[in-house]
Design a protein around this ligand. Structure first.
Ligand SMILES: [Zn+2]
Length: 685
């Protein structure tokens, strides 16, 4: 369970791994050194940059930085996130020390302390879970099921479907209620539906895992075995009704405004009027339904599946969500399936890391304030803003130069670009958590209360003016995003440091790293999804039909190109990227790389800049870009990401983008026919 609700229309720079679960001694070491922005020692000079640029930029780094046993992926992003964890631990340890602390520090210190208090957690055993499970056991009618789902949603326990608030797609100034598909536990519907050997094996492992968890919760072996099969049956039904991730990229597929009466009539077995009255949301009369067919189909399943099976399913969802908050036995079994089998982690992370992450997930805007006070200076904000402006200017210039777009559409594109809001570092106002009760020795209780607070905070937005100042990401987050409904780009303090941004670094390197990230987020406003929203963040077509056709043709080129790239090749076979799922991100990578390069060239102008470390500014620019994506990843994790992650792996974020970039080929003197010179370079922006 986590208090963090993902803003649905946001496009992140990268999908961060969900932490496994861990338990080891409290390692005491100090904050690791800053990560170099430009790392000559990462380069593998035995490789020709025109043959495999990623290998050239990162080869030595990859060799010298194997994946730590508690990770599924290890890249320079992760190095930075890891370093942030140490800084946050220092903050939390100080907040726990005796003495006078601010209410904010006291709160996060107490939360962290309750997570670290393993003996109290062991002593409580299954007690925090049992009350919940008993409530489900006592359900006697199908009508009462929906009340239980509402109660679970109030505590942020996902089950059956999703309910949340979100700006109205056609009037982003108003936030409205949303219903959507949901209820599966494995990361994608494909895990339930595909018939290849690996998918069949995964389902078998999943059933074994669910059985073990039921046993830990107190059920007998044979009962637990039957329950696990029931869970798979119920969730497979939900998967069959769910829409494919790639199809959902088109906003049209998720755009279904209805009245409460209409959705209640469409799926009467859900009893939505009871659900809405019970789930803690304000009263409303209309809402958006992301996937009406899901509710139509599952409506049948609600009727045909016996009551006892639904109760088993709801008990499982509760056990699964509580697992990380419970004793070591639960934590370990949760890790065995989700960390080890699904992601290829060898070991659990030390407990302190999980507790720092849990504090960030549950009270992140409080912890974030302390983090910003300690790490983020005005200088960082100012220089970042200047770069954003330079890159926005480059985009203006780029749009002006497009030969395939008419002036009519260009005018609208400028309007949208001019309206983009830049959020840098941290929010203007800090979230008020004072109503959340944090008790010592009550980790599960603290998490449930923080989660319930966050659910309430999100529900309260329903049928009210959209709060554009509300941040989705916490300040220590190493990520960035574009939000279509807000038409804004967001860069938390966590990412505005090495290897993305270095105070002492030359412009070439900073533009190649954080500059491309900025260009990437800007481009999201104009990718296959973003282009369908206007300057106000409304889902509205502002393209002429001819220009839209030209766009689709160029986007199709990118989708095909990336579909040819291999992500994993192991004894279980070869898996290629899904070019349609990753289209927006690949468009943003290609656009970002071009825009930041244009901006850098305008900053450098005609002044000759001496090579540094033996590299010209243009070469340093592309190397800095290549090096932010240096990473190693387990085969298991790579397989999972092909299905679930809209981002390409590091190798293709780099090689895919540079082989389309004329500036790169000029910088390194690459010739036609070499692998880093695409035969038919794809370019949208
Ligand atoms: Zn992105």
């Amino acid at each position: 369970m986590t208090a963090r609700i993902l803003f649905v229309f946001s496009v992140l720079l990268l999908l961060t791994a969900v932490s496994g679960s861990a338990q080891t001694s409290l390692a005491s070491s100090s904050v690791p050194q800053e990560i170099p922005v430009f790392d000559v020692t990462a380069i593998d000079k035995t490789i020709d940059p025109c043959v495999d640029f990623y290998q050239y930029a990162c080869g030595s780094w990859m060799k010298n930085n194997p994946i730590p046993p508690d990770k599924a992926r290890w890249g320079r992003f992760d190095e930075l996130f890891e370093r942030n964890l140490y800084i946050l631990r220092d903050i939390l340890t100080e907040a726990q020390a005796p003495g006078k602390h601010s209410p904010t520090a006291t709160m996060v210190g107490d939360f962290y302390g309750s997570c670290m208090d393993e003996s109290a957690i062991e002593k409580k055993g299954t007690a925090p879970l049992i009350a919940e499970l008993e409530r489900i056991r006592s359900i006697e009618t199908k009508a009462a099921l929906i009340r239980q789902v509402a109660a679970m949603h109030r505590d942020s326990i996902p089950a059956l479907f999703a309910f949340y608030s979100q700006p109205d797609m056609h009037d982003s100034t108003e936030t409205i209620a949303n219903l959507d598909q949901g209820g599966m536990t494995m990361p994608d519907r494909d895990y339930y539906l595909k018939d290849d050997a690996k998918s069949v094996e995964t389902r078998q492992k999943y059933v074994e895992h669910v059985q073990k968890m039921f046993e830990l919760a107190g059920d007998k072996t044979d009962v637990a075995a039957a329950e696990a099969k029931t869970v798979l049956t119920v969730e497979t039904g939900l998967a069959q009704a769910a829409m494919d991730r790639t199809v959902r990229r088109d906003p049209k597929t998720r755009d279904h405004k209805m009245t409460v009466a209409e959705i209640a009539g469409l799926a009467p077995n859900f009893d939505f009027t009871v659900y809405f009255a019970d789930n803690g949301s304000p009263t409303f009369t209309s809402l958006n339904v992301g996937n009406p067919d899901f509710f139509k189909q599952v409506n049948e399943q609600v009727k045909t599946e016996p009551l006892e099976d639904w109760k088993v399913y709801l008990r499982w969802k509760t056990i699964h969500e509580y697992a990380p908050l419970l004793t070591n036995a639960f934590v370990e079994e949760d890790f065995n399936f989700n960390g080890k089998y699904m992601s290829g982690r060898k070991e659990m992370e030390p407990r302190w890391k999980r507790c720092v992450k849990a504090t960030d997930e549950n009270l992140g805007m409080a912890l974030g304030k302390l983090y910003v006070d300690r790490t983020f200076g005005a200088e960082g904000k100012e220089r970042t803003l200047k770069m954003v402006q330079a890159i926005e200017n480059a985009m203006r210039q780029d749009i002006g130069q497009l030969t395939w777009m008419s002036d009519t559409t260009k005018k609208k594109a400028y309007e949208k670009l001019n309206a983009i809001v830049n959020n840098i570092g941290y929010p203007d106002t800090w979230r008020d958590y004072s109503s959340v009760v944090i008790k010592s020795a009550d980790y599960a209780g603290n998490t449930v209360r923080a989660s319930a607070f966050e659910v309430q905070r999100e529900y309260k937005k329903i049928d009210r003016p959209t709060d554009r100042k509300d941040w989705g990401m916490t300040p220590p987050t190493v990520n960035a995003n574009y939000r279509a409904a807000m038409n804004d780009i967001n860069f938390p303090a966590g990412i505005l440091q090495p290897p993305f941004y270095g105070k002492m670094m030359d412009d070439a390197v900073n533009f190649g790293a954080i500059g491309v990230v900025i260009g990437h987020e800007l481009t999201h406003g104009f990718d296959d999804q973003g282009r369908k929203f206007d300057a106000e963040g409304n889902f509205r077509d502002w393209w002429t039909a001819d220009d839209a056709k030209e766009f689709e043709q160029r986007a199709g080129c990118t989708a095909n190109e990336y579909s040819g790239f291999v992500s994993v090749k192991d004894d279980k076979g070869e898996v290629k990227l899904n070019g349609k799922l990753t289209l927006g991100e690949n468009t943003a990578d290609n656009g970002g790389l071009k825009l930041a390069y244009m901006a850098l060239m305008s900053v450098i102008g005609d002044t000759p800049v001496k090579p540094i470390d033996g590299y010209t500014p243009a070469q340093r620019y592309f190397l800095a870009y290549g090096q932010i994506w240096c990473q190693n990843v387990t085969d298991q994790e790579a397989r999972k990401r092909v299905l679930t992650d809209s981002h390409s792996p590091g190798r293709w974020r780099v090689n895919g983008a540079v082989q389309n970039a004329a500036g790169f080929q000029k910088a390194f003197g690459c010739k036609a026919g070499q692998p880093m010179v695409a035969e038919n370079a794809c370019r949208v922006w």
